[in-house]
Design a protein around this ligand. Sequence first.
Ligand code: ADP
Length: 296
Amino acid sequence: KIIVIGSSNTDMVVKTGRLPAPGETVIGGEFLMNPGGKGANQAVAAARLGGDVRFVAKVGNDLFGKQAVQGFRRDGIDTSPIFTDPQAASGVALISVDEKGENCIVVAPGANARLTAEEVSQALENAGAGDTVLIQLEIPLGTVEAAVRLCAKKGIGVILNPAPAQPLPDDLFPRLAILVPNETEAGLLTGIPVTDAATAEAAARQLAAKGVGHVVITLGAKGAYSFDGQQGQLIEAPHVHAVDTTAAGDCFSGALAVAVSEGQDLPAAIDFACRAAALSVTRMGAQASLPYRKEL
Ligand code: ADP
């Protein structure tokens, strides 16, 4: 099984001619409400690409949470480890997007910020060495650390997508099978500005020296740089006409988890992830753009 541990949000998107300045009101255009959150996006990506997915998350006792869970079920995800917190609202992201595609986002994490180490440990009770855990940083860092520690004890391979970017404690790295940062996150974790294969290699070497098994740095349209502790290589992304790169990184991480859990070797798994993510950027939206296995 692939066990995704992470956030679920409802994205509320308004298109606008220009973004408002502080104190200003602007009249926008179309309003869209979409399921989002990095954890949810990655769980949906993995399920659509053929993974047997369980999603560990927390929502509020409200309509947004119920709608999100219904959506996961439609994608065939096991939602039994999704907790409902009557004390909190479900996570939402308020997003304004202007004509150039520039955006302005405020996230109210709500229930996501209340997913505890105890709940994750309960959800992992029956998990074991054959499983793969995929996790991000939109839930409390203490919960992430506890989950990673527990997985290490149980022999479960952990894939960490360290997004959104934030510093991590040193003792986390040796417990990770695969670390999957994008350029920004790799830059923040190493202090090395990452823009291409050469700078990605330098950053990956530093992260591998901290004890990570494999480092996979995503490089947007350039593809992804893979480093196994000894050797590195750039795996190129297919050339596509990109229309919306929202959730490209989430698609990549979800796909990588599927390929790794199927026993594919890392270069093959990264190629699979690059092909899935390339398809996702040719379509609008976050979860709406996530591809199905038969499309690859
Ligand atoms: P994030 O979405 O976290 O910023 P990236 O921009 O690095 O992450 O994108 C993640 C992956 O999505 C890349 O490694 C690549 O495989 C794919 N991807 C992103 N943008 C493009 C693009 N323009 N063309 C083809 N593939 C892309």
